[in-house]
Design a protein around this ligand. Structure first.
Ligand SMILES: C[S@@+](CC[C@H](N)C(=O)[O-])C[C@H]1O[C@@H](n2cnc3c(N)ncnc32)[C@H](O)[C@@H]1O
Length: 278
């Protein structure tokens, strides 16, 4: 999900599906991370800003966690923000969720003061995070919080032996992606950048995701959406036999395909930083 900077139309549709499915498949993780933020807050936040909100997975989790809060979702994509509003409506949260269309690289939007700023898998996409952090600082009440989350280990879904091809396919896929991206910068230490912007770091946490999700169909769609996204990178980097096994997983309709398997899990990590405005 990270490190993809070329967003074509098909790409954006796939991204929307993947982000939407996060909410369903990673429900327990979202509960854990928003609970963690709630424990760090001195008072329950009443105005929350979600930067780079995407389809609103974080926005809605925050609105649920902080029942008295208004949550403002900011994104540069009008398409993403339309999804946020539709999902807020579906979830009965429309009265507390607002969207603001803005490119943070261009200018900080007029959103007023907030008690909590949340940014998940978004800051690594900014051109000038240092400038944005200064604006974040100015937007947070003294005593308020900023919570930043990035993906750690990429998600894994399959057992080592999937009963097709040579065992270890998924590990080879991830190795190939890592080789292809060897010169790409991993996300920075946001804790340091937050301190430089004037915040005081109060907590850092790695969340381990290791679950058998309650909805196997969603998990299959999620695994397929993720592996489809990395499929182009694997071309020419995986053995032909592996690519063919992968395509059976992705496009097949039999019991071996991702959509119909009953042996999927979700494993991965998220790294989180929390800082307070003194
Ligand atoms: C990988 S998605 C993460 C979405 C969401 N935070 C989540 O965790 O599901 C990154 C989002 O950041 C947005 N984004 C990237 N650069 C941005 C910018 N300069 N201004 C506003 N939004 C931006 C993208 O449009 C995209 O929706």
């Amino acid at each position: 999900m990270e490190h993809h900077h070329h967003h074509g139309e098909a790409d954006s549709t796939a991204m929307i599906e993947l982000l939407d499915l996060d909410a369903e498949v990673l429900h327990s993780y979202l509960l854990d991370v928003t609970t963690w933020v709630g424990q760090l807050a001195t008072d329950a936040p009443t105005r929350v800003l979600d930067l780079g909100a995407g389809t609103g997975t974080g926005t809605l989790a925050l609105a649920r966690q902080f029942g008295g809060a208004d949550v403002i979702a900011v994104d540069q994509s009008a398409e993403m923000l339309a999804r946020v509003r539709a999902r807020a409506e579906d979830g009965g949260l429309a009265d507390r969720v607002r969207t603001v269309h803005a490119d943070l690289d261009v200018a900080w939007p007029a959103v007023g003061l907030v008690d909590l700023v949340w940014a998940a898998s978004a800051l690594h996409e900014l051109t000038d995070p240092v400038r944005v952090f200064k604006d974040v600082f100015a937007a947070v009440h003294p005593g308020g919080l900023v919570a930043v989350v990035e993906m750690g280990a990429p998600p894994r879904f399959l057992p080592d032996d999937i009963g097709l091809g040579r065992p270890g396919l998924e590990a080879r896929c991830h190795d190939a992606v890592a080789r292809a991206q060897a010169d790409w910068e991993p996300h920075p230490d946001w804790g340091l950048r937050l301190e430089q912007a004037g915040f005081t770091m109060i907590a850092g946490q790695t969340f381990t995701i290791d679950l058998t999700p309650p909805h196997p169909i969603s998990t299959g769609r999620y695994a397929r959406a993720y592996l489809r996204r990395i499929r182009p990178v694997l071309e020419g980097r995986l053995a032909v036999e592996d690519l063919s096994t992968l395509d059976t997983l992705l496009t097949g309709d039999g019991p071996d395909s991702l959509l119909h398997r009953d042996d999927l899990v979700v494993r991965g990590t998220r790294t989180a930083w929390a800082a307070r405005r003194p």
